[in-house]
Design a protein around this ligand. Structure first.
Ligand SMILES: [Zn+2]
Length: 326
């Protein structure tokens, strides 16, 4: 059935880059060669993914010209899916943990802002069933053997606090899911069990593990794969590290904003004038206005600090004018 309404436009954009830089075949550096784009419907609304893809350019390498996509892509959505893994996890929980019917799940998704039709809910349930039934069978094992090593990504998807967690273990180079299991707990021993299952099923060495660095995941990886490098997702790592700074910065910005209230009355006072002084006043008002709406991109740019710098510049300029005027 054709879609009756246009898919909601993605307001959010996320740029993902592969954390791994060296080729799994020849260990030489892979450059970012192109970008793929896809839009995924998640529980936080539609997101446009800009995916930077690396590629080995070493002639004769077993992975020559094979793309290496960002590890995090598979944590957001399965390959060729327009719905996020978080939506699939929620659908599975609602069905099997809370025994909701398809129309009820449909309503729940609509309430959470996920634009779906009822038939899509049935498809999503099928995807969930397929996902948790994943096994490393013979063809998959052969494909991994040809690839010679795997880079595992471990993600825990918890649609809501208190819900069970859908754990997904993937191979990053191929993008294939190797195991997906719903667990009520997220303790290290359970995760270690899942990890052991995967390691036993594949017949190739694990070159690395990527995760968001949750404590239980770290412990499980250390236990099962003690000598394998474990890379924490840069995004999560940075976000966690920057959280206290982000909070302090937000507070600072709020306080700064209090000091520059009342631009509108000043603008209104010179509205009817077009002399140079009025022009200058309008210019300053515009500068303050644009400083107030110039949001930094956390965690790398603190918007409070930026506002402070811009207001300082405006104040310094006003100071110079005053000096000249006297
Ligand atoms: Zn290579």
């Amino acid at each position: 059935m054709a879609r009756r309404e246009a898919r909601p436009r993605a307001e959010r954009e996320q740029v993902l880059r592969p954390l791994r830089r060296c080729c799994l075949g020849c260990w030489r550096r892979m450059a970012i060669r192109y970008e793929n784009r896809r839009t995924v419907a998640t529980l936080d609304g539609p997101v446009r993914l800009r995916l930077k893809v690396r590629r080995c350019e070493t002639v004769g390498c077993a992975r020559y010209r094979q793309p290496y996509r960002p590890e995090r892509e598979g944590a957001v959505a399965l390959l060729q899916h327009e719905f996020g893994l978080d939506v699939i996890a929620l659908v599975g929980t609602l069905r099997y943990r809370e025994h909701r019917s398809v129309p009820e799940i449909h309503r729940a998704l609509l309430e959470r802002g996920v634009a779906v039709c009822e038939r899509t809910v049935t498809n999503l349930l099928d995807r969930y069933d397929e996902l948790v039934a994943t096994v490393v069978d013979e063809p998959r094992r052969a494909a991994l053997a040809a690839q010679r090593r795997v880079v595992l990504a471990i993600d825990g998807l918890q649609p809501d606090v208190g819900h069970e967690v859908l754990w997904v273990i993937r191979d990053c180079p191929s993008g294939q899911v190797l195991l997906a299991r719903s667990l009520l707990s997220a303790i290290a021993t359970d995760l270690a069990g899942l990890l052991r299952e995967v390691v036993a099923a594949i017949s190739v060495p694990v070159a690395g593990v990527v995760s968001d660095g949750q404590h239980s995941v770290r412990c499980a990886v250390r236990e099962v794969l003690p000598d394998v490098p474990h890379q924490l997702c840069h995004f999560h790592y940075l976000r966690e590290a920057a959280l206290p700074i982000f909070e302090a910065d937000r507070h600072a910005k709020k306080e700064l904003k209090k000091g520059v209230r009342g631009i509108r009355p000043i603008e209104r006072a010179v509205e009817a004038r077009d002399d140079p002084e009025a022009e200058a006043v309008r210019g300053y008002c515009a500068a303050v206005r644009s400083a107030l709406t110039d949001d930094g991109r956390p965690p790398l740019a603190a918007s409070g600090l930026r506002l402070h710098a811009r207001l300082e510049a405006v104040a310094a300029s006003l100071g110079r004018v005053e000096e000249r005027g006297n």
